[in-house]
Ligand binder design. Structure first.
Ligand code: FES
Length: 140
């Protein structure tokens, strides 16, 4: 199988079977963010205790790239410290600039091809920007 096909399958799997889709009850922060270019939106919920992301869920509407990226991001940051989550967000930005990077949660690498489509980079980074915003909020 070609790498592109494999990546496409990973993306579609996250789109059709999103991890962490939904909301949780109880304490947490919610970040709502729009993709200004298309109006699609994500609402990300995060529960942080002792500097560690205990839970992350999302709801929203968007294309396969944005929703699969949200699925991957929420899966990747659970159990991580805020600093680790921010480092991952920085790495993801670099991936979107075309850098060849490996991630502990390998599915994220399936989005590496998005860097060739500038219009879609905003789709892929939507959830990650919401996460960054959430962490800023938690730290305040
Ligand atoms: Fe709207 Fe991708 S087209 S988030």
């Amino acid at each position: 199988m070609q790498l592109d096909d494999l990546y496409r399958r990973v993306i579609m799997d996250h789109y059709k079977n999103p991890r962490n889709r939904g909301t949780f009850d109880g304490e947490g922060i919610t970040i709502d963010l729009n993709n200004p270019t298309c109006g699609d939106r994500i609402s990300l919920q995060m529960k942080v205790e002792d500097g560690i992301v205990q839970d992350a869920r999302f709801v929203g509407e968007g294309c396969s790239i944005s929703m699969s990226s949200a699925s991957m991001m929420t899966e990747a940051i659970k159990g991580k410290t805020l600093e680790e989550a921010l480092t991952m967000a920085d790495q993801f930005s670099r991936l979107m600039k075309g850098e060849d990077l490996e991630f502990e949660y390998e599915d994220i690498e399936a989005l590496s091809g998005v860097n060739k489509f500038p219009a879609r980079i905003k789709c892929a980074t939507l959830a990650w920007n919401a996460m960054r915003k959430g962490i800023v909020q938690v730290k305040e």
